[in-house]
Design a binder for this molecule. Structure first.
Ligand code: PHE
Length: 363
C-alpha cells in the first residue's frame, strides 16, 4: 500500500509512478490563468463558439487517474501495444494508471448523452528528455456524433468548404481502404470532410494563415485515421491525430430496428506544441516553471494575444548563456536496458535541469 495525493493505493508488480510525476499532477496548469496552456484552452473554446455557436459543450477533467480498462481496453488497444508497457506509461497498479490520452474520457461523456464536445486535461507518458518531450502534457479531445440523416440531408451547405484538392484526394483514398466499418463510403467521406472543416477552422483561428498538411496514419480506435501537421520554422510539426471512431467505441442509441444511425469522429490535439509554436516558447519545461519571469509574460493579455490580435512572443529571460556539461554512461551490449528507465532516474535526481539525454549506438 502507498499514499498518493491523500489516497491509499495497492501496489503491485506494475507500480512505477514516481514522486516527480506526482508533483506535476498537483500543478493543475489548466486552472492557472497565467499559464499559456489554460489561455490556449480558453481560445480553443471561444474559437469553437465563434465558428459553430452552441454546437459543442466544453469539459475539463482534472483527475488523471483512470482505469487501464478506460485508457486501453475499451479503446481496442491491443495487449501487446508498446504504449501499455511499464516503460511507456505510469501505473499505480495493475488496474489503475495515469491516462496517456484524453481519449480515455470519450465513452463516459457519450454515455452521459453528450453528442458534440471538447474535453481538456493533463496526460502522462514516460518519455525522452529534450526540449519538446516531457512526461506530463495537456490534450484537448473533440468528439462529434453525426446522425446519418443529418449527414445525407445537409451534405453540401453543412460543410464549410475548406478542403482543397489534395485533402479531398486523401479523404477519398482513406475511404477506399478495405474493412471499413461503415459501408456507405459517401457518408463516411462527408463525416471526414466535416472533421476536416472543424480542425482546419480551428487551426486557422489559432495560427492565422499557416500551411497545414494532412496524412493517413493509424490509431487502434479510429478508422480511417489522419494526422495534421503545421509548417513552422522550416519544418512540419505534428499537432493532432484524428479519425472516424470505430463503432464499438461510440456510445449512442441505435435505431429502433437495431441499425446504427450515426458516424462519429474524434480528434486529439496537444496543447504544448501549439502554445510553443504560437508564443515561440523554446522548451516544453518552461510551462512548469514557477519563475515569474515566465508567467508574467502571459498575464494581462487577452488570452495571450496582444491587442493587435497576434500571440505574445516569449522573451528569454536568463542573463546567463547556457552551459554544456556532458556526462556519458556506457551500457553493456547484452542488457535489457530501456532508455525510459534512465530518463526517470535523471528526472528524479536532477529534476528538470538536464536538457537532453541521448542514446548513442557504439560501433
Ligand atoms: N489519442 C490520440 C493520441 O493521443 C489522438 C487521437 C484522438 C487520435 C482521437 C484519433 C482520435 O495520440
Amino acid at each position: 500500500m502507498y499514499n498518493l495525493l491523500e489516497k491509499q493505493y495497492e501496489s503491485d508488480s506494475m507500480t512505477n509512478i514516481t514522486s516527480g510525476v506526482v508533483g506535476k499532477m498537483s500543478m493543475k496548469l489548466l486552472n492557472d490563468r497565467a499559464s499559456p496552456l489554460s489561455q490556449l484552452w480558453t481560445r480553443i473554446q471561444t474559437s469553437f463558439e465563434e465558428l459553430w455557436p452552441n454546437q459543442f459543450s466544453f469539459h475539463q477533467n482534472d483527475n488523471p487517474i483512470v482505469s487501464v480498462k478506460q485508457n486501453f481496453d475499451e479503446l481496442l488497444i491491443p495487449h501487446h501495444h508498446p504504449s501499455r508497457s511499464r516503460n511507456e506509461s505510469y501505473y499505480l497498479n495493475r488496474h489503475l494508471m495515469l491516462r496517456t490520452h484524453m481519449t480515455a474520457h470519450e465513452r463516459e461523456l457519450m454515455r452521459q448523452g453528450f453528442k458534440r464536445f471538447l474535453i481538456a486535461g493533463d496526460v502522462y507518458r514516460r518519455d525522452e528528455i529534450d526540449r519538446t518531450h516531457f512526461p506530463a502534457f495537456h490534450q484537448v479531445e473533440g468528439v462529434s456524433i453525426l446522425s446519418l440523416k443529418e449527414l445525407s440531408n445537409h451534405s453540401a451547405n453543412f460543410l464549410h468548404n475548406s478542403a482543397d484538392a489534395n485533402v479531398i484526394k486523401l479523404i477519398d483514398k482513406a475511404c477506399e481502404a478495405g474493412q471499413l466499418e461503415h459501408d456507405d463510403r459517401g457518408l463516411l467521406k462527408m463525416a471526414l470532410l466535416d472533421l476536416h472543416s472543424k480542425i482546419d477552422g480551428l487551426l486557422r483561428k489559432l495560427f492565422g494563415n499557416v500551411d497545414i498538411r494532412w496524412q493517413e496514419t493509424y490509431f487502434p480506435f479510429t478508422q480511417p485515421s489522419l494526422e495534421a501537421e503545421v509548417f513552422y520554422k522550416d519544418r512540419w510539426v505534428e499537432v493532432l491525430g484524428c479519425g472516424i471512431l470505430k463503432t464499438s467505441i461510440v456510445q449512442a442509441p441505435l435505431q429502433e430496428d437495431g441499425k446504427i444511425d450515426h458516424i462519429a469522429w474524434a480528434f486529439g490535439i496537444g496543447l504544448e506544441r501549439i502554445a510553443m509554436i504560437l508564443h515561440d516558447i523554446p522548451d516544453i519545461r518552461l510551462f512548469w516553471s514557477h519563475d515569474r519571469r515566465f508567467k508574467d509574460q502571459f498575464v494581462g493579455g487577452n488570452n495571450s494575444l496582444h491587442p493587435s490580435g497576434h500571440p505574445v512572443k516569449f522573451v528569454p529571460f536568463s542573463k546567463y548563456p547556457p552551459i554544456n556539461r556532458d556526462i556519458s554512461f556506457f551500457i553493456p551490449s547484452q542488457s535489457d536496458f530501456h532508455p525510459n528507465n534512465l530518463y526517470e532516474i535523471v528526472r528524479e535526481i536532477a529534476s528538470d535541469l538536464v536538457e537532453d539525454v541521448k542514446l548513442v549506438m557504439g560501433p
